[in-house]
Design a protein. Structure first.
Length: 310
C-alpha cells in the first residue's frame, strides 16, 4: 500500500471515505467493500482520510484515539487497500462546502468509479455532505455510490464512540468483538522508582500516550507483547496514590513468572479484564498483600482462558 500526504491526479479508483479510528469491525466492512469493488472491476482502491481527526482542528481538541496513528495506517493496509491519502485538515478544507469538496477534491483528482462510506459519514463545512448527497450526484459525476449500513454485534452498534465509552468505563472485556482486538497501549519501558522490586513485584512501566483515549484507572488482567511473544500479566493504570508525591498517569505491568530485563524495550500491553479500581493503601505491606490477591486472580483467569495468549 502506498501512502500519500498530498493530492495528486489518480483517476478511476474505488474510493473509501472516513477517518477509521480504531479500524474496528464496522470499518473493515466499509474498507473491504471498496477493495472488492476495485478487484471485481480491475481497478485500484484508495482511502481518503486525514492525519488528525477534524474535531482536533474544529474544536481545538487534543486527539483521543483508540489506536496509534501508525497502527491505523497498518490496519487499513491489511484490508487490501492500494492507496491511502493522509491529508491535512486545515482552514481550506474546513471551509469547503460539501458540493465543492465532492467536485473539486474527490472528482477532480480521482474521477472515482465507486465511492463507499459508512452510513454515518459526513463531509464538507457544517457536515452538510452525507450519504444522500453522494447518492444524488452519482449520475452527474459518473460514479456508483455504496452506503454500508450499521454493523452490529449482539444488538450493539459497532462504532468508535461505543469503543471509547467501554475503554473509559473499564469494560475492556467487551471490546474485542467490536474492535477486532483487545484494547492496548504501546510504549517504551522506562525506569520507575523501583518500589515494586522492594515488595517482590517488579513492573514494566510505560507512560500513557497523550493521544490515546484514557482507560479507567485500576488494575487489569493483561497480556504484554514483547518482540511478538505474549506474557500473562497484571497491569495497574493510575497515579500511584500509595506513593507520596504527584505522579503522571503510568501503566505498570507485572509479568507473571518473568524476570528478564526489558528496560528501553518497546512493548504492547493488552487490557483483558478489569479486576478492581485504583486504591490507596496505608502501607507497602498492605499494597503487597493486595498484589498477591491480584496475581492469584490473574493466574486463575489464564488457567481458565487458555486462548488469551493467542
Amino acid at each position: 500500500m502506498q501512502v500519500f500526504e498530498k493530492l495528486d491526479y489518480n483517476p478511476d479508483l474505488s474510493l473509501c471515505l472516513g477517518f477509521f479510528d480504531g479500524v474496528h469491525q464496522g470499518h473493515k466492512v466499509v474498507l473491504k467493500n471498496a477493495v472488492n469493488l476495485a478487484r471485481q472491476n480491475n481497478l485500484k482502491s484508495a482511502v481518503i482520510t486525514f492525519k488528525e481527526h477534524p474535531l482536533c482542528y474544529l474544536q481545538n481538541r487534543t486527539p483521543q484515539y483508540i489506536i496509534p496513528p501508525q497502527d491505523r495506517i497498518e490496519l487499513i493496509a491489511q484490508q487490501g487497500i492500494d492507496y491511502v491519502y493522509m491529508l491535512d485538515f486545515d482552514e481550506d478544507v474546513a471551509d469547503l462546502i460539501a458540493a465543492d469538496y465532492l467536485k473539486d477534491v474527490l472528482v477532480k483528482f480521482f474521477k472515482p468509479k465507486f465511492i463507499t462510506t459508512g452510513f454515518n459519514h459526513f463531509f464538507g463545512a457544517g457536515k452538510k455532505g452525507d450519504a444522500a448527497m453522494l447518492r444524488a450526484y452519482q449520475d452527474t459525476y459518473g460514479y456508483k455510490y455504496f452506503e454500508v449500513p450499521p454493523i452490529t454485534y449482539n444488538n450493539t452498534l459497532i462504532s468508535s464512540s461505543k469503543i471509547r465509552q467501554l475503554v473509559s468505563e473499564g469494560a475492556v472485556e467487551n471490546i474485542k468483538k467490536l474492535l477486532g482486538t483487545d484494547f492496548y497501549i504501546k510504549g517504551r519501558v522506562v525506569t520507575g522508582n523501583r518500589i515494586g522490586r522492594t515488595i517482590s513485584f517488579p513492573t514494566a512501566n510505560i507512560q500513557y500516550p497523550d493521544n490515546i483515549i484514557k482507560a479507567a484507572r485500576g488494575v487489569y488482567i493483561a497480556v504484554v507483547d514483547i518482540d511478538g511473544k505474549k506474557y500473562p500479566s497484571v497491569a495497574n493504570l493510575g497515579r500511584r496514590p500509595t506513593i507520596k508525591g504527584n505522579h503522571n498517569l503510568l501503566l505498570e505491568a507485572y509479568l507473571l513468572d518473568f524476570n528478564d530485563n526489558i528496560y528501553d524495550k518497546d512493548i504492547k500491553v493488552y487490557f483483558l479484564k478489569k479486576i478492581r479500581n485504583e486504591q490507596k493503601f496505608d502501607s507497602l505491606p498492605d499494597l503487597k498483600s493486595q498484589l498477591v490477591k491480584d496475581e492469584g486472580i490473574a493466574k486463575e483467569y489464564f488457567e481458565n482462558n487458555k486462548t488469551a495468549l493467542n
